[in-house]
Design a protein around this ligand. Structure first.
Ligand SMILES: [Zn+2]
Length: 269
């Protein structure tokens, strides 16, 4: 599943090809994504893309009249290709620009989204989202204050989009290991000091993944457009039964909210 770093790298990849470009056509080949694709997305025709923004895992193609909102869901990816290139199976949405390029959303499982937001209005999917993890709004104090009285496991707490956006399963596992916090700790019982340790680690883990994705990023107009799953060095995620890199204890896997949770029972308390 594309996580925040992959979405951010997609943004960086498509931006040079679509920003300041005039939209000459919007084609909906299959409107049956996670939500039906509204006809309003065609409002983009005749508009210039002023900027490509990211909020949580949503990408916004902003124009003078409104924004197309894209989400990659479980299996989506974006490609920038010449308009003349043949469509691939699962290319559901495409935007044609007057530079001869097309942006195509390909999504085999169709959990992705393509929505429309009028200028000056905040779409329902973008409301009630917590702060961006890589901004100053995301602090230890914020986590501490949001968590008081909460019995939910700290791992599920930091993965809650109302608390902070974009901390996906891989990054939650990795960050809690680096911070020495047991994933099942009750969120409301985690001290401010421990959140002060965790917060910069979450930021560093996400920033490192974006940086790595950025360095492996090929020109989106020439590659298959998949920033893919970066070959990251993971300390716990996917390493069940292997030795902890710090103390060599065998790593344990449990399920939390149906998600694989791997941790070191000696290093994480
Ligand atoms: Zn350990």
């Amino acid at each position: 599943m594309p996580e925040l770093p992959e979405v951010e790298v997609s943004r960086l990849g498509i931006r040079p090809h679509v920003e300041n470009q005039l939209v000459v056509d919007v084609k909906i080949h299959n409107p049956n994504l996670r939500w039906p694709v509204p006809e309003e997305v065609r409002s983009l025709i005749g508009q210039v893309i002023d900027s490509v923004e990211r909020r949580a895992k949503y990408l916004l193609l902003n124009s003078h009249v409104g924004s197309m909102i894209l989400h990659l869901g479980m299996s989506g990816n974006l490609r920038v290709v010449p308009v003349t290139e043949a469509l691939k199976k699962h290319d559901h949405i495409e935007i044609h620009f007057d530079n001869g390029l097309a942006l195509r959303l390909n999504d085999p499982r169709r959990f992705g989204a393509c929505l429309w937001q009028e200028k000056g209005v905040s779409h329902a999917v973008l409301q009630k989202l917590g702060p961006e993890p890589l901004t100053e709004a995301f602090t230890a104090k914020h986590l501490y204050e949001c968590s008081r009285g909460k019995k939910v496991a700290v791992k599920q707490f930091i993965m809650d989009n109302h608390v902070v956006v974009g901390v996906g399963n891989i990054y939650a596992n990795e960050s809690l290991f680096k911070a020495g916090i047991h994933p099942k700790c009750e969120a409301g019982k985690v001290s401010l000091a421990r959140f002060q340790r965790l917060t910069p680690i979450i930021k560093e883990t996400l920033a490192a993944a974006i940086k790595q994705g950025g360095t492996t990023l090929k020109d989106f107009a020439q590659s298959d457009g998949k920033p893919g799953y970066f070959a990251q060095e993971l300390l716990v995620y996917g390493r069940k039964g292997q030795p902890c890199v710090t103390c060599f204890t065998e790593l344990t896997e449990i399920r939390l909210g149906q998600r694989s949770t791997v941790f070191c029972k000696r290093c994480q308390r």
